[in-house]
Design a protein around this ligand. Structure first.
Ligand SMILES: Cc1cc2nc3c(=O)[nH]c(=O)nc-3n(C[C@H](O)[C@H](O)[C@H](O)COP(=O)(O)OP(=O)(O)OC[C@H]3O[C@@H](n4cnc5c(N)ncnc54)[C@H](O)[C@@H]3O)c2cc1C
Ligand code: FES
Length: 280
């Protein structure tokens, strides 16, 4: 299924808020009426990082939340582009190209489980709101990070919705359950009534895919993946990901056929052999 570029716009917005969420995580909100109006959960935008040619390429970020004409992004400074975005101040411009890519399938499953690892939290607030509006009665988020300081604040997943429950997991045990976020998953799987959505580091997604292989099939099992991106809309061919094709292994474009994919379509063994995403 290919996405249409019909809804994509390059829009210059104005930053309206920058919230420090702890652990270096920042939520940047900008007035971007087009993106805020049409972005679906799991879609992303290519953000220009500052006014110079360094970095040359835009960087991809999930649309984390929309409210009226404002779109928000959650990020942490890991390199040149994210450092510039994290340093933005209200009143400064922010250029966004989007919405891009395939988002999550939102259906009326009775329950949903969202598996969030570190900055993989980003697409979930928008997804959770859409799920609840579509009739999902209960959304459980298992949210993991290395330590308490690096957890996405639980209240930002739920945003006051009483049908949303957050279980926190930290590797060092500084908050919630000690261990890996995937340790908490099996207790929340109940086969046909629970849709599963995940976003996080590749090893987390591989572990989740293995858990799901040994469990009754959920109605939906989708992951949001990352790849190094140049253009973000299918022309540079820089974002290929390995998938299971009809005749064995195949490659697909993360920006166009993803970033959200069905868990069983991904070639997880091959994905684990790829180097981390890095762009100019
Ligand atoms: C579809 C999509 C959605 C994304 N959504 C978000 C989001 O909502 N929030 C967020 O914080 N990040 C998100 N990312 C990752 C984000 O785009 C990268 O962290 C960013 O491009 C890094 O740019 P930089 O210039 O700061 O880092 P660079 O200077 O390019 O690299 C610095 C370091 O970060 C690592 N890095 C670069 N890109 C990635 C990546 N894609 N994944 C992991 N490590 C990377 C590099 O290997 C290097 O070690 C998303 C990526 C994709 C493909
Ligand atoms: S980022 Fe250019 S083809 Fe996907």
């Amino acid at each position: 299924m290919s996405t249409s570029l019909r809804d994509v716009r390059d829009q210059r917005g104005e930053v309206v808020a920058v919230a420090q969420l702890g652990g270096g995580m920042v939520e940047v909100s900008a007035r971007l009426p087009h993106l805020a109006g049409v972005a679906k959960p799991g879609q992303f935008a290519q953000l220009r990082c500052g006014g110079s040619t360094t970095p040359l390429l835009r960087r991809p970020f999930s649309v984390a939340w929309t409210e009226d004409d404002v779109a928000s992004f959650v990020l942490a400074p890991v390199g040149v582009g994210t450092r510039r975005l994290a340093a933005l101040r209200p009143g400064e411009p922010l250029d966004a190209l989007g919405p891009l890519g395939q988002g999550f399938t939102v259906s009326g499953a009775t329950r949903a489980l969202c598996v969030s690892g570190g900055l993989g939290c980003a697409p979930f607030p928008l997804l959770i709101r859409a799920l609840r509006r579509a009739g999902t009665q209960t959304v459980t988020v298992v949210s993991g990070a290395a330590s308490a300081a690096r957890l996405y604040p639980a209240a930002r997943f739920a945003r006051g919705d009483p049908g949303v429950h957050v279980e926190q997991v930290t590797e060092d045990g500084s908050r919630g359950r000690r261990g890996l976020v995937t340790d908490a998953v099996p207790a929340h799987l109940d086969g046909a009534s629970t849709a599963v959505y995940a976003c996080g580091p590749t090893p987390m997604m591989v572990a989740l895919a293995r858990i799901l292989q040994g469990s009754p099939a959920p109605p939906i099992a989708q992951v949001s993946l990352e790849a190094p991106m140049g253009c973000g809309y299918g022309t540079c061919l820089g974002c290929a990901l390995p998938v299971r094709g009809a005749d064995g292994q195949a490659w697909t474009l993360c920006c166009r056929e993803g970033p959200v994919m069905d868990v069983e379509t991904v070639d997880w063994d091959e994905l684990m052999t790829l180097p981390p995403a890095h762009v100019a």
